[in-house]
Design a binder for this molecule. Structure first.
Ligand code: HEC
Length: 146
């Protein structure tokens, strides 16, 4: 067997092995964000932007693309979701004190203004916020700005 073949087999074994780590567990219903939607005054157009661009990583309700079941990609995607939810989880909104909620809202303004959110890689694949969407989010969250 030549070296190329051995490497080829090793790569396949690693990919197959990674399949065992695939987990698709972040799927409760859209209802999970109902607290956020009711506690915070969220106009319909803003809600739609959050749903399409943010909830996948910042709520308990991820709409997984088909390629999420590929082991190596699943690891990356789930890592983003775990980290995203750790910082900000719209499905967990009620748990925060009012101070913390206000702080999170101010962070939203900041992150969107600086173009930090959605994550670069995600924007690259899904198409990020349009200028109009960005402005809608900024106008809405401006009152929370620090
Ligand atoms: C692909 C996953 C992903 C998407 C989509 C995404 N985020 Fe994030 N978000 C993260 C991760 C990971 C972090 C933490 C690391 C960081 O700040 O880069 C984060 C951090 C944040 C923070 C900082 C929270 C804190 O308290 O530090 C805010 C605010 C935020 N995101 C808002 C948004 C908004 C608003 C959208 C949609 C316009 C969005 N994110 C879309 C993954 C994502």
């Amino acid at each position: 067997m030549n070296v190329k073949k051995i490497i080829g087999i090793a790569v396949i074994l690693i990919l197959v092995g990674l399949q065992f780590f695939v987990k698709k567990d972040n799927v409760s219903s859209y209802e999970s964000v109902s607290d956020f939607v009711t506690y915070v005054d969220l106009p319909k157009d803003v809600e739609v932007i959050f749903k399409q661009n943010c909830y996948n990583c910042h709520s308990d309700h991820t709409q997984y693309p088909w390629y999420a079941s590929i082991g190596a990609l699943n690891l990356v995607i789930n890592h983003h979701i775990e980290e995203g939810k750790e910082h900000l989880n719209f499905s967990d909104w009620k748990r925060h004190s009012e101070d913390v909620q206000l702080h999170k809202l101010s962070e939203i303004y900041e992150e969107v203004e600086e173009g930090e959110m959605p994550l670069k890689l995600y924007s690259l694949i899904h198409g990020g916020l349009s200028t109009a969407e960005k402005n809608t989010l900024l106008n809405w969250s401006e009152i929370y700005k620090d």
